[in-house]
Design a protein around this ligand. Sequence first.
Ligand code: ZN
Length: 354
Amino acid sequence: MARLGLALSALLIVFTVAGLQSQRPRAGTSHQGKAYRFNKVADGVYHAVGTGTLAVVGNSSVIVNDDDVIVVDDHVSPAAAWVLLEELKDITSKPVRTVINTHFHFDHAHGNQIFDKDVAIIGHEFTREMLAGGKSIQMPLYKNYLAGITGQIADLKKRIAAESDAGKKSDLERQLRVAENNSASQAELKPTPPNVTLETRMTLHRRFAGSDREVQIRFLGRAHTAGDVVVYLPKERIVCTGDMLTTGLSNMSDAFVNEWPGTLDELKKLDFVTVLPGHGEAFTDRSKIDYFQAYLRDVWTEVSRLKQQGISPEEAARRADLTKHKDHFPIQGPGVPLIAVTRIYEVIDRGGRD
Ligand SMILES: [Zn+2]
């Protein structure tokens, strides 16, 4: 029954998103009305990027084999994962038999519960521990996300009440239904941990277009969390990096910022051309890794220095100056997110332990 409810709310989201976007076509895309764009990266490999609807933040990667499909990361809610499965039918009719969680955060693992028991959900042992322990719903970023949905619903209701133009009003009403469906889906959420775990490495052997395909799942060290894994396709020279490496600055709420650059050094040892990040578009420019390592080293040094001076986290968050990295990251002036500072202080206080 719960499953039927979820399926219906997912369908409703597809329907309402379709309605929403048919009124507001996005320039330069032929995927109007969809929650995901499936960007083909290689034969049978797609980067599924959210089109910006509320139900979807962040990306999945999709690996289509001869007999099955592997999905890397499954989004913010059961509803968003249902939409992914629905839209996946545009590129393949093969069944999803394997899901890989790059880490435990809500925007990557809260779709886990929609998969049948016979689907392998693979993640690091730490990822299992965190999801089983309810950490994905305790994290402040998830609470912010929920507050954002609640705020958006309240705001839309106000705007609907004040709107006199019938066309605009019905557009706002459609947006409200999308937000309410997403919110309802969050209420049905049961964080579901991986049912297959690894500590350092696991390889899936599949067939694609009649030849062998290797899908390596690698833990390269602590970084964005204590259990990030990357998914590496050696033949296709593609790596899915989750939030260990995105096109921007990943959140640092559970990070080991001091260890992260070293883990990225391990990543650099893999022979890949294309990066499919957990947020942002796919890229091939490896210098992005160097830029991010430099940022991480500097944010650690700068925040540690302020802590040594006895400065409060709040003040350090205002003062920490990373503006020299502004050519590579969206940095307006001095200041870093308080959540990053709090975490760095915590890691220092614990002597680097978790
Ligand atoms: Zn994320």
